[in-house]
Write a protein that binds this ligand. Structure first.
Ligand SMILES: *Cc1c(COP(=O)(O)O)cnc(C)c1O
Length: 375
């Protein structure tokens, strides 16, 4: 065996020993929240398709029509020949929805975050991140070459202290947070952070991956990024900002310039989904209502978003609970370090407009006794 395979096997066995090895499980998404795994049909609480739009006939029809008209792939970077007209249309729709001057669509949310930050800050600058920020926000900060500081989760005082305590040589400052935290389901105080950032001439970027379509935002940041892959049921990422910022990114965000444009079908699906999202407020209020039904049934703090964590501690316990729920017909994936901090492995439930109230009651009813028996 050569050293490469030996390296991989060694790493895998230490991951396995720590219950941190990850493997793919083929999952067939059926109608609504139903999925099929290993020949079994399960009710999923682990999809981010919050509004059930990935299966919506109107969204599917828009994607099919785009394939018929524009083909399957963009064929080149958008700056070359990959800028088919649906992308501009989607960008205008996103900007309008967000009340921003302009929008820019990227290949994914991950690509958006690793492109935007390095285009706005670099060596000599500072990025301040909420401690629970998504991995791709940390990746963008690291790629930028700027100094990276981490403030305590949702702690305005800690952030204020770090902004006030910057050393004299620091150039620009970018502050990064999430509107809805992906593994905790709580929300950032965006209005207060906007004011704080503005008073220190720092720029705030909010990751709205889990907010769009689910949470009515109380404030908008000057930089709002997100994904087309969650409530919009498609694929891709975006940034909404002022026109000069978006124009700068078209020239300077490397994950925009040096990558192929989004496939036309993804843009068409996102556009159709955005229209539905704006036309059907009852659909948008449902995930949060169902999450609250669940937290009430479980005796947990009232849900702030469509995401509810049930923190159970050890990775092995989270896996055992997930297995046991699967035996009851529910798919609730265990989330382990390094996605979450050490000792805070959890079940993460995501509620969708496509869940029935009875399904929410049923998963709570199944989970409650399991938490007593699986220790
Ligand atoms: C899912 C997610 C992303 C990445 O979006 P993709 O389009 O899936 O790459 C970024 N930030 C947060 C908070 C997310 O949850």
């Amino acid at each position: 065996m050569d050293s490469l395979d030996a390296f991989a096997r060694g790493k895998l066995s230490s991951l396995e020993a720590a219950a941190l090895r990850r493997d793919l499980v083929p999952t067939h998404r059926l109608q609504g929240v139903r999925v099929e795994r290993g020949g079994r049909e399960l009710i999923s609480f682990s999809c981010n398709d919050y509004l059930g739009l990935a299966q919506d006939p109107r969204v599917k029809a828009a994607a099919i029509a785009a394939v018929e008209r524009y083909g399957t792939g963009a064929g080149a970077s958008r700056l070359v020949t990959g800028d088919h007209p649906l992308l501009g249309q989607l960008e205008r729709a996103l900007a309008r929805h967000k009340g921003a001057e302009a929008g820019l669509v990227f290949g994914s949310g991950y690509l958006t975050n690793i492109g935007v930050t390095p285009a706005l800050v670099g060596r000599g600058d500072l990025v301040l991140l909420d401690a629970l920020s998504h991995a791709c926000m940390f990746a963008g900060a690291k790629l930028s070459g700027a100094e990276v500081g981490i403030f305590r989760h949702n702690d305005l005082e800690d952030l204020a202290g770090r902004l006030a305590g910057r050393h004299a040589g620091v150039g620009r400052t970018l502050v990064l947070t999430e509107r809805v935290f992906s593994m905790d389901g709580d929300r950032a105080p965006v209005a207060e952070m906007n004011a704080l950032a503005a008073s220190h001439d720092a720029w705030l970027m909010v990751d709205d991956a889990h907010g769009l379509g689910v949470i009515e935002p109380e404030a908008r940041a000057p930089l709002e990024m997100g994904t087309l892959s969650k409530a919009l049921g498609s694929y891709g990422g975006y940034l909404c900002a002022s026109a000069p910022v978006v124009d700068l990114l078209k020239s300077r965000a490397r994950s925009f310039v040096y990558t192929t444009g989004l496939p036309p079908a993804s843009a068409a699906a996102a556009l159709a989904a955005l229209e539905i999202l704006e036309a059907e407020p009852d659909r948008c209020s449902r995930p949060l209502a169902l999450a609250r039904q669940f937290t009430e049934a479980m005796g947990l703090p009232l849900a702030e978003s469509a995401i509810v964590p049930v923190i159970v501690g050890a990775s092995s316990r989270a896996l055992a609970l997930s297995q046991a729920l699967q035996a009851h017909g529910f798919l609730v994936v265990a989330i382990r370090p390094p996605t979450v901090p050490e000792g805070q492995a959890r079940l993460r439930l995501a509620f969708s407009a496509a869940h029935a109230e009875a399904e929410v009651d049923a998963v709570a009813h199944a989970l409650k006794p399991l938490l007593e028996t699986i220790r």
